[in-house]
Design a protein around this ligand. Structure first.
Ligand code: F6R
Length: 241
């Protein structure tokens, strides 16, 4: 596992965007796996700038997002569908039909999960997966004590995650308690992983991910076994490394 250190959030975001840009230049019809949350917002801004400066073209790129809340309208500003459209997709030339986010309102959630996996496989798998990390070590919504063999599946959100994500909602009672998430197996099958982390809240999770024992209690620790994984970490989150 490689560790790239950055002095600040902007540098972390720029380095991550440079890697995504290189992937798209190397393989214009590549498949990207993307994340939501605060961490990758700077990377999306950088990529939008690069697109506007004609440094990168997303017209043949396919995107699969990691996760989506259940029972939240897609038009709700807290849905990941809304987040991706408003923070990234609407500013670049990715084709709508090539963007994929699990449907947390599907009638048959299990079938939705199986279909998501099928769609990823039909596209030849994910070339580059971008990850954030929860303070509890989750990646996607794979919460502590996850089964490492899981593919895309329905998850019950951890109390710590509900608490962390309540900052985006009017009250904690509004935070969805379940979600659809790519599983660890899906994530590990990506040909390349980059995990971004910034801020003191991630110190412990990053230390355990990079230096701790591989342990389902710290889901991100599994990426130690990935042949092409890179952590891009800003100095506050890297304090214990
Ligand atoms: C989001 C996701 C989550 C976040 C994680 C960190 O799609 O999969 O694992 O990456 O919760 O969130 P932030 O970046 O808001 O600290």
């Amino acid at each position: 596992m490689r560790i790239i250190r950055a002095d600040n959030y902007e540098e972390m975001s720029k380095k991550a965007a440079d890697i995504v840009k290189s992937q798209v230049i190397l393989k214009p019809d590549c498949v990207l796996g993307l994340a939501t949350g605060d961490t990758p917002l700077g990377m999306y801004s950088e990529l939008i700038n690069m697109y506007e400066n004609k440094e990168v073209d997303f017209s043949d790129v396919t995107i699969f997002n990691l996760d989506e809340y259940c029972k939240l309208n897609r038009e709700n500003a807290q849905s990941y569908f809304y987040y991706m459209n408003h923070n990234f997709f609407k500013y670049i030339n990715v084709k709508k039909k090539n963007t994929h986010i699990p449907n947390g309102n599907a009638k048959d959630i299990d079938e939705e999960c199986r279909d998501y996996e099928r769609q990823i496989k039909n596209k030849g798998g994910i070339d580059l997966q971008v990850l954030g990390i929860g303070a509890n070590g989750h990646i996607g919504f794979n919460e502590p004590a996850i089964n490492f063999e899981a593919e895309t599946h329905l998850v019950k959100l951890d109390e710590m995650t509900i608490e962390a994500n309540s900052r985006f909602f009017n009250s904690i009672a509004e935070v969805p308690t379940s979600a659809i998430s790519m599983g660890i197996k899906t994530i590990m099958q990506s040909r390349m992983l980059i995990l971004l982390a910034n801020g003191e809240a991630k110190v412990d999770a990053i230390f355990k991910t990079a230096k701790g024992k591989i342990n389902p209690k710290v889901p991100a620790s599994i990426i130690q076994l990935h042949p092409n994984a890179t952590i891009i970490v800003e100095k506050y989150a890297a304090k214990l490394l």
